[in-house]
Design a binder for this molecule. Structure first.
Ligand SMILES: O=C(O)CCC(=O)C(=O)O
Ligand SMILES: [Fe+2]
Length: 285
């Protein structure tokens, strides 16, 4: 089963899309309402930010996690001690955002969160009755007025850059991992590399035509649906040859419920996140 590319405006879009999520953890939408020109502008404006020294003034706040994470502070995936070849900026509406980038990125944050609520309604509609019965509240409700949804602007610098000397043979742009959150909305990046692992353990390229929107299930939705919607492993592989000198920008929106929302009998959003972040920190010892 491949990740399906679904026309958002087709009559059977909700069914096709949720079937792809169910079978692969991923689905791709075309003809969706997120402006391609807006995404292209965001990529260009944040590329300029990452190329500048201004980013050093926005070093992330270690208690709230908003701001800039340099390659030295970039996370390593769960179970891996080798850091990924990336740097990134965590955007929250309540957090610090460079003023020249603020209006554009917050407009994107809000419009994509609104689309996400619609996609969560699709996910709910196509959940079997016994799965639906366990949702503690309607899925779109879980993200209503949430302060926890995270927009990560990711920059994967050229592999030829100085900072990666001696590293790039062992590390990749993003090691295999699963997302922690409910659902992730990711516009196709400006360069390829994203792959998902299928049930047989093969790595498949995720369709990434510029302008399409990639959506994947995170661990919180897997937990809330008792495994009906799988959170699948994905990674970003390194480019080869001449493409090694190119940057890659991507823009995942990680949808998080409000802190008190019950995911399951075992977890709220807050207790689940705390457990996962503790696992990530353990690894740094
Ligand atoms: O850069 C990408 O295409 C994917 C990034 C990703 O999977 C993540 O940050 O969780
Ligand atoms: Fe991810």
């Amino acid at each position: 089963m491949q990740v399906q590319v679904v026309d958002y405006q087709a009559a059977d879009a909700p069914q096709q899309f949720t079937q792809s999520l169910r079978e692969t953890g991923f689905g791709v939408l075309i003809n969706h309402p997120i402006s391609q020109a807006r995404v292209a502008a965001i990529y260009a404006n944040w590329q300029a930010f990452f190329n500048s020294n201004t980013k050093q003034q926005y070093s992330y706040n270690p208690s709230t996690y908003d701001g800039f994470f340099s390659t030295a502070h970039a996370e390593a995936a769960k179970g891996s001690k080798i850091a990924d070849l990336k740097e990134y900026y965590h955007v929250y509406p309540w957090g610090r955002i460079p003023p020249e980038l603020k209006d554009e990125i917050l407009e994107y944050y809000r419009s994509t969160s609104a689309l996400a609520a619609e996609l969560l309604a699709w996910v709910e509609e196509y959940s079997p009755a016994e799965v639906k019965a366990n949702y503690s509240e309607p899925l779109p409700n879980m993200i209503k007025d949430t302060p926890n949804t995270l927009l990560r602007v990711l920059h994967y610098p050229p592999l030829t850059s100085e900072q990666f000397a001696g590293m790039k043979d062992n590390a990749i742009r993003a090691a295999a991992h699963e997302d922690i959150n409910l659902l992730t909305i990711l516009p196709a990046a400006n360069e390829p590399g994203l792959q998902v692992k299928d049930r047989q353990g093969n790595w498949l390229d995720v369709p990434n035509d510029f302008g399409s929107l990639i959506i994947n299930i995170g661990d919180m939705l897997q937990e809330a649906s008792n495994g009906y919607y799988p959170s699948t492993s994905h990674r970003v592989v390194n480019p080869q040859g001449a493409d090694m000198s190119k940057s890659r920008i991507s823009l995942p929106l990680f949808l998080h419920p409000r802190s008190e929302v019950k995911l399951s009998e075992r977890y709220t959003q807050a207790s689940y996140l705390q457990e996962r972040l503790a696992e990530l920190e353990d690894k740094e010892d």
